[in-house]
Structure formats: C-alpha cells, structure tokens
Write a protein that binds this ligand. Structure first.
Ligand code: HEM
Length: 343
C-alpha cells in the first residue's frame, strides 16, 4: 500500500517550512499564555494599553511591568509580547508563501487564513470582553485558536507536498475511521469548553456561567473521550492490518498516547477540584491533541511532492547555456548518423 505514495526527492526545509513551524508554535503558546492569564486572574496585570502602566505623579508610564505589579504583571505582559510575536510570524509567513516560486495556491490560502485569524480573534476577543466574558464566546475564542493551530499543522505538512490531486495512502475503511476520529476530537474539544463555561474557571470569579451542571457536562466530556480513545485504538489496529504507511501508523499511535495522557490529566484535575496548574496543562494537552489528530488526518492522502528539478528550482543561466551546448551536440550527432553509410 505504501508503494502508492510518490517517494520523490524531499526538498530542503525552506524558509516557508520554518515559518510555518514558528506559526504553529506561536499559536500553541498564545493559547497556553492566554489560559495562564485567565487562570491566574492576571487580566489586569498590566492595567493600561498599549503601555503597561500609566504616568503617575511619582513614576513615568512604561511599556514593561514594574516590580509592584508582581507575577500578574509579568504574565499579562508575556501574553502581550507573544501577541506581537504571533502577528510578526503570521505576516512573515504570508510574505514567504506569496514569494514561493512556482506559486503554490494552497500555501497562499493557508498563509492568508492564518494571518486573517488574528484580526478575527481580536474581534471575538473584544466582543467577549464587551459581553462580560460570556462563556459561549470564551468557548468560541478558544475553538478559533484550535482551528488556527490545525491550519498551521496543515501548512507545515503542505510545504513538503505538491499541489496535485491527492491520492489515498490507505484503504477507504481506514480513511473513514481516521476522519470519524478527527470529527469526534472536535466534539470533545467543544464539550471541554462547555465544561469550563459551567465551572469555576469560566473567566473571572464574578462572570456569568453558562448555567449547566458541571458534573453533567464533565460526564458528557469524559464519555466522549472514552469513545474517542476507543476509535483511536481501532484506527491503530486498522491501519496496521491494512498495511497503511508507517508514518500514518506512527501518527495514530502518537495520537493515542496524547489522548491517554490528556485523559489522565482531565481525571486528576476533576478529582482534585481543578488546580490551575493542571487546568493549564490540560489546555496545553488539548492543543497537542489537535496537532496529532490533524497530522493523522493529513496522512490519509498525499499529493506528490514537488520534484526538485521540475518545480523547486528554475535552471540557472549557466545551466541553460550548458543545456544549449548539449542540445547542439545531440543535433550534430544525429545529423552525422543520418548520413547514408553506403554512399
Ligand atoms: C482527549 C482527551 C481530552 C481533551 C482533548 C480535552 C479537552 C478539553 C478542553 C479543550 C477543555 C477546555 C479548556 C478551557 O476552556 O480552558 C477541557 C476542559 C475540561 N476537561 Fe477535558 N479533555 C480531555 C479529557 C478529559 C477527561 C477524561 C476529563 C475527566 C473528567 C476531562 C475534564 C475536564 C474538565 C473538568 C474541564 C474543565 C476545566 C476548567 O474548569 O477549566 N477532560 N478539556
């Protein structure tokens, strides 16, 4: 089965590849630091914007927090800094994918979506604040970040692939199983945000909750996780049994490992009244589940990688001269051989 896959030369990791990876890391970090701001109640750690502190009678305004703001100031400031990094990386990625030659439409589309995701998140974030951290909007804000992480994984993967039609790398039944696992992953994530909206970490101590019973939402969340783990175990066996490519089998095993670790953290945090460190770890785990599930989905099909000679490098002028000389030699040889030897 794996022989179906075009094993063309793998192009050296380009600037686009590195930027795509930076985009992925920055999107994961912004989720984790955003979670740290929420979980530690550091939202006003820097009380003003764009400076961290205003000018007062005894102290000039400053863009960085001073000692009196304590850990809250550092956490909020770190999150602000990271937002700048995220914007810079998204713009650089967009610029790089636009300059890729030959033009790669799929890369441009992904770069654009990742860049547009930032203003979209700014709007959702702003409306969330205006609605006093409405838990449904807080959930939407996190889910959008998860979508951006998933898109960044696609970009990292696509850099090494072609734009031709995708060909399946595994049996239709295995593809179906992987797709169902992927869809269920998003349900687990969404229900997770609903659990948060019903519990103590929905924003701030005084913000409204979604009114659902935390025990019931947690039960639904955990039941979906059991189903997800069951499906992923099924996918690992199905992929092995049907001779799917090794990297796809590995990706399914990695997904299973991340789900088990994340499930363990989920149970421990539930049983220990949601300590913020574990809730933060659970948030990081959720981003890793998205990465692993997206990667497995991408490995169900492949578009041939661009071949170095055909697509990635235009011939240099000296190469073109050499080619012309060779062509002339070939023509001259043909001419010599076309002379009738009997004359
Ligand atoms: C694949 C496994 C899992 C994934 C992908 C996952 C994902 C998530 C996500 C995305 C959130 C929302 C985080 C937030 O809004 O800050 C969440 C919250 C939560 N999850 Fe999970 N989860 C998993 C397993 C579990 C399990 C097995 C339990 C056990 C009951 C659990 C218990 C919770 C609880 C209690 C919350 C609310 C935490 C809070 O109040 O902030 N999770 N989960």
């Amino acid at each position: 089965m794996s022989t179906l896959v075009d094993a063309g030369p793998r192009p050296a990791r380009t600037a686009v590849g590195r930027l795509a990876l930076a985009s992925l890391v920055a999107n994961i970090l912004i989720v984790v630091t955003g979670g740290a701001v929420r979980l530690t109640g550091s939202g006003l750690g820097c009380p003003t914007w764009p400076e961290c502190t205003d000018t007062t009678a005894d102290r000039p305004g400053s863009f960085v927090p001073h000692g009196e703001l304590g850990a809250h100031g550092v956490i909020e400031f770190g999150n602000r800094l990271l937002t700048f990094v995220l914007v810079a990386v998204a713009v650089a990625t967009l610029f790089a994918v636009w300059r890729t030659r030959p033009a790669r439409r799929s890369l441009r589309r992904l770069g654009l979506l990742l860049a547009l995701g930032i203003p979209a998140q700014a709007v959702v974030g702003g409306v969330t604040v205006l609605t006093d951290l409405n838990p449904w909007l807080v959930a939407l804000h996190l889910m959008l970040s998860m979508v951006l992480i998933s898109l960044a994984v696609v970009l990292v993967h696509r850099v090494d692939e072609g734009d031709g039609p995708a060909r399946p790398t595994m049996s239709p039944a295995a593809v179906w199983l992987v797709r169902t696992t992927f869809a269920l992953t998003w349900m687990v994530l969404y229900v997770g945000t609903v659990v948060t909206g019903s519990g103590p970490h929905a924003g701030d101590a005084d913000v409204p909750r979604n009114g659902l019973d935390p025990a019931v939402t947690s039960q639904l969340h955990a039941s979906l996780v059991f189903l997800l783990i069951g499906l992923t175990v099924g996918a690992v066996f199905a992929l092995r049994a049907t001779g799917a490519p090794r990297d796809a089998v590995m990706a399914a095993q990695v997904l299973l490992g991340v789900e088990l670790a994340q499930g363990l953290v989920g149970f421990v945090q539930y049983a220990t009244d949601l300590p913020v460190v574990l809730v933060g770890l659970h948030l990081l785990g959720a981003t890793l589940v998205v990465v692993a599930a997206t990667r497995l989905l991408l490995l169900t099909a492949t578009a041939a990688r661009p071949r170095e000679r055909d697509e990635w490098r235009k011939p240099s002028p000296s190469c073109r001269v050499a080619q012309t000389v060779v062509n002339q030699e070939v023509r001259a040889t043909r001419l010599r051989h076309s002379v009738d030897p009997w004359q």
